[in-house]
Write a protein of this length. Structure first.
Length: 370
């Protein structure tokens, strides 16, 4: 081989090598994954009601982790943008405006009580962003507009169950109520007071910062009520203590927020005999409780399953078509077996297929009332 041939062969090898390097670099520069689908999560992750919000955020994270392990949504990973409202309505509105206006998110999960949720539903509706409520249960929340959905049952279900229990099991004649002064308390109060089978003798309201309920309880005692409906949050131990101090001889039926081990522990013997409406046990189709406990080394809260299913419902709708209007329509067609039973939505965008039952505290434990 002469010198000229060697030069030609060397040049060819160099060109091939450079071409290979260029191809490899260009190959690396070509994106193999689409941009992530970002979903906002806003909730009580600190402050007074963090015991509700934190387990719900974890349930959402579990749902997203499982989804991403399966490839995400059409090869797009799901990414969460989390905002803490510190259990405050003003903070919630600020956080919601950030998710909508700055982060420019189309889909938001709400792990917030009814009062705080009512501060963000108009923001979602006015900006045509889909909001999935997973904790707030006041009946009127979804009535704000057609972009508001809910994976937790509406209080309409539990208030109707309360009335049925009052009428047919307790056989009450005179009913009084002590209600938290927000959309949660007001929503249940409205349905209880529409019970024409009994005499509603008194309805008292209290603010969330209250620590003294004696004035309201004395009015209730004077009313001659034989049954008292209580709608509260962590105020239950104080209410029950003051109620027993005043020797109110009434049957008590509480809203579902009473069915909490911490509240029972803090109430002690004052909780004995108290009835509480709560969602009937749903079939866990996805082994959610065990998966949650394995990941976080703790049991989920009573509402965690609704946050998990709310996220699954939303991503199923997005999986069909990542367009706000089409996702909104897809949600109305969603139907699947989730952590909280069969999940679907009514034309009013409320969770369907919800049933309530009544429990009673016996020896410090919740047992189904007979």
């Amino acid at each position: 081989m002469n010198k000229t041939s060697k030069i030609i062969i060397g040049a060819i090898v160099a060109v091939v090598a450079i071409g290979g390097i260029w191809y490899g670099v260009s190959k690396k520069q070509t994106p193999t994954e689409k941009s992530p689908v970002k979903i906002g999560v806003i909730g009580h992750f600190s402050g007074k009601y963090a015991d509700y919000g934190i387990p719900m955020r974890k349930a959402v994270e579990l749902a997203v982790e499982e989804l991403n392990q399966k490839g995400g949504i059409d090869n797009q990973k799901v990414e969460l943008v989390v905002e803490d409202d510190n259990s405050d309505s003003n903070n919630a509105a600020t956080a919601m405006n950030k998710l909508v206006s700055i982060d420019n998110l189309n889909y938001i999960i709400s792990a917030q009580g009814s009062g705080v949720t009512s501060a963000i539903t108009p923001i979602a509706q006015n900006n045509k962003r889909i909001l999935m409520i997973t904790l707030g249960s006041a009946p009127d929340l979804t009535a704000v507009g057609d972009y508001i959905f809910r994976s937790v049952p509406s209080d309409t279900y539990q208030a109707v169950k309360m009335n049925d229990f009052i009428n047919n099991i307790l056989k009450s004649e005179k009913v009084a109520g002590l209600y938290l002064n927000d959309s949660y308390g007001a929503g249940i109060k409205k349905i209880i007071n529409n019970n024409t089978s009994v005499n509603n003798v008194d309805s008292e309201m209290f603010e969330s910062a209250s620590t003294d309920f004696r004035t309201q309880l004395l009015k209730i005692k004077e009313s001659g009520a034989d049954t008292l409906v209580i709608v509260a949050h962590d105020e239950y131990p104080t209410i029950l203590k003051q109620l027993n101090e005043l020797k109110l001889n009434v049957k008590i039926i509480a809203s579902e927020t009473f069915k909490d081990e911490k509240i029972i522990g803090n109430s002690g013997n004052n909780a004995e005999g108290v009835y509480v409406t709560f969602m009937a046990d749903q079939k866990d189709y996805v082994d959610f409780n065990n998966k949650y406990q394995a990941k976080f080394n703790e049991k989920p809260s009573a509402y965690s399953m609704y946050a998990y299913d709310g996220m699954i419902a939303l991503t199923k709708a997005i999986d069909q078509e990542n367009s706000i209007e089409k996702v909104k329509n897809n949600l109305l067609k969603v139907n699947f077996n989730g952590a909280s039973g069969q999940v679907g939505f009514s034309p009013d965008r409320d969770r369907t297929g919800s049933e309530y039952t009544v429990f009673v505290v016996k020896n410090g434990q919740f047992t189904e009332a007979k």
